[in-house]
Write a protein that binds this ligand. Structure first.
Ligand code: G3I
Length: 416
């Protein structure tokens, strides 16, 4: 087929699009004109990430979820997503059987809604640390049928929490870290695994799906990025769960790279392997402590390059829909309080320093995001068609790309 000059065709397409935007699409033009002004060097991470088609977030504590808090003000200005660091955990929410205190999680969700931030719910069922409620073991010891009791309890907890925020929390870490810390085997320390076997995972996901069919449901895992055996165990677990009809929409690779700096190609391959299962993927708890970079000539530049690698890996995989750092400023990091890493404190693992000033890593991330080419007319037309069909486009932070080079944008919220 002879090759025809492209320019006339593009000109015709542009004219068609202009006509659509001025005519039948005019009422929906707010959806179909998706590109917020984004002048390189003046962009926020929020604008740059939206332009690249992903959400960018940080973990917050309930007390930070206000513009009166410097970290809360920074997240509202610079980011598009927030994850409750501790407010949504079962132990935090439920001080006694059947008793719930939602004040902290309510505060974070209300703050997010006030500032058009996506919320990643974290986390319904986690078998380690302060995941399980403090009263669980005593309750299990007191019941004649621990399995029946725990199965019902998991369903009730997931249903109670997810239904409270139905339509308000965009995605949930339904189950966090079901595998052992450093292997691909089920976690022997988990009371859920001990009493119910791996079946507890399906119980939680089915209950969450029933409570809010609009939420994306994630399985979230730690330390798989640099431990291939654990990653292989995660993939095997996901295949089994999906084959059993467990309603999983996505996988979170946490991105706590304290044991080894990210390898861009390897991370891209891992994200791609998970996407190939038909799942969305996100980097859900990213931090890159300075202990990884101390031997570099310029440690902060080396940290910036590592952050750029992680973002580039996500942007290379169409179903990677967001990246969240685990904390806002370096003064927030759990690493400075954690068993192994507190020895290296201050770990300084985040995009903003302890006074919330942007670090070289912030600018490196923005550069990677702005390097994503403007979506072509085909994507624009796709957005226009979506608007015409009355679909308001994908939810914040959920974007699908029409081709590897570009991404459909999550359209901006139309003017009130
Ligand atoms: O709020 C209490 C405070 O009132 C009390 O005085 C203090 C001392 O006991 O404890 C405070 O609670 C601590 C909480 O962090 C808030 O700082 C808990 O003891 C402590 O266990 C909790 O640690 C959290 C850890 O998960 C365990 O839940 C970290 O902040 C949090 O960053 C960390 O995050 C996890 C993710 O949820 C899952 N992936 C791994 C990641 C790192 O462990």
């Amino acid at each position: 087929m002879e090759s025809r000059p492209l320019a006339p065709a593009l000109a015709r397409l542009a004219a068609l699009l202009a006509g659509l935007l001025a005519g039948p699409l005019a009422p929906a033009a707010a959806w179909a004109t998706p590109f917020p002004p984004c002048t390189p060097g003046a962009c926020t991470l929020r604008e740059a990430a939206a332009r690249a088609g992903i959400a960018i977030g940080a973990a917050l504590e309930a007390g930070q979820a206000t513009l009166a808090d410097p970290a809360g003000a920074l997240v509202a200005a610079e980011l598009s997503s927030v994850t409750p660091e501790n407010a949504g955990k079962w132990q935090t929410l439920s001080p006694a059987p059947g008793v719930y205190d939602f004040a902290g999680l309510d505060a974070i969700v209300a703050y997010a809604e006030a500032h058009a931030l996506r919320v990643r719910g974290h986390t319904l069922v986690w078998g380690r640390s302060n995941g399980p409620p403090a009263w669980l073991e005593a309750a299990l010891a007191a019941t004649p049928d621990p399995a029946a009791y725990l199965r019902a309890l998991v369903r009730e907890h997931a249903g109670t929490v997810v239904s409270r925020y139905a339509g308000r929390i965009e995605s949930w870490d339904v189950v966090n870290e079901p595998l052992a810390l450093f292997t691909g085997e089920p976690d022997p320390a988990s009371p859920y695994q001990r009493v119910l076997g791996t079946g507890f995972i399906g119980e939680a996901f089915h209950a969450a799906r029933a409570a809010d069919p609009t939420a994306r449901l994630f399985l979230n895992e730690i330390f798989t990025e640099f431990r291939d055996a654990k990653f292989d165990g995660l993939v095997a677990l996901l295949r089994d769960l999906l084959a059993d009809g467990v309603p999983i929409d996505g996988v979170g690779l946490q991105g706590h790279f304290g044991f080894g700096a990210p390898d861009r190609a390897d991370l891209t391959a891992k994200l791609g392997a998970l996407a190939a299962l038909g799942l969305d993927v996100e980097i859900t708890e990213l931090d890159l402590p300075m202990l990884l970079f101390e031997s570099a000539a310029d440690p902060l530049a080396a940290q910036a390059a590592a952050y750029a690698d992680v973002f580039a890996a996500c942007l290379a995989v169409a179903r990677c829909t967001g990246i969240t750092t685990w904390g806002v400023g370096d003064g927030d990091s759990w690493l400075d309080r954690a068993e192994i890493f507190s020895f290296f404190a201050p770990n300084r693992p985040l995009l903003f320093d302890a006074s919330l000033a942007p670090k070289p890593a912030y600018f490196a991330v923005r550069e990677v995001l702005l390097a994503v080419p403007e979506p072509g007319p085909g994507v624009l037309l796709g957005l226009g068609a979506a608007a015409l069909a009355g679909r308001p486009g994908t939810r914040p932070g959920r974007s699908a790309r029409t081709d590897p080079a570009t991404r459909a944008l999550a359209p901006p919220t139309p003017p009130a």
